[in-house]
Design a protein around this ligand. Structure first.
Ligand code: FES
Length: 104
C-alpha cells in the first residue's frame, strides 16, 4: 500500500489529518491540511494538468518552485505554482494551457 493511501486511523505514527476539499475544473477533490495543490492533484491520480507550447503534458517536474511546469489558477490568481501553494479548504483550481490558440 502506498503511504498516501494509508488511513489516518491506521497510521502507527498517530497523525490526525484534517480533511479539505479543493475543486479542480469543477470536480471536487479530497485532500488533507498541509498538502500542496500539486499534492492534492497527484494524490487524485493526475500526473499532468496543463500543456506546454508544444502541447506536451506538464505537471510536477522539480517540485520545489523552480521550473514553473506546474502552473494553475487558484481562486482566480493565474500562474500559481501548484507545488508551492498549500491547499486550503474550498480552493477553486483551474488548469492552464500554453498551447497555441488557447487563451487560458
Ligand atoms: S514543479 Fe517545478 S515549479 Fe512546481
Amino acid at each position: 500500500m502506498s503511504p498516501r493511501l494509508l488511513r489516518a486511523d491506521a497510521d502507527p505514527v498517530g497523525r490526525h489529518d484534517t480533511p479539505l476539499t479543493v475543486t479542480v475544473n469543477g470536480e471536487p477533490l479530497a485532500g488533507v491540511a498541509g498538502q500542496t495543490v500539486a499534492g492534492v492533484l497527484l494524490a487524485s491520480g493526475r500526473r499532468s494538468w496543463r500543456a506546454g507550447p508544444s502541447g506536451a503534458p506538464r505537471g510536477v517536474f522539480c517540485g520545489i518552485g523552480v521550473c514553473f511546469d506546474c502552473l494553475v489558477t487558484v481562486n482566480g490568481e493565474r500562474d500559481v505554482r501548484a507545488c508551492r501553494r498549500r491547499a486550503a479548504d474550498g480552493d477553486v483550481v483551474t488548469t492552464q494551457s500554453r498551447e497555441p490558440g488557447d487563451a487560458r
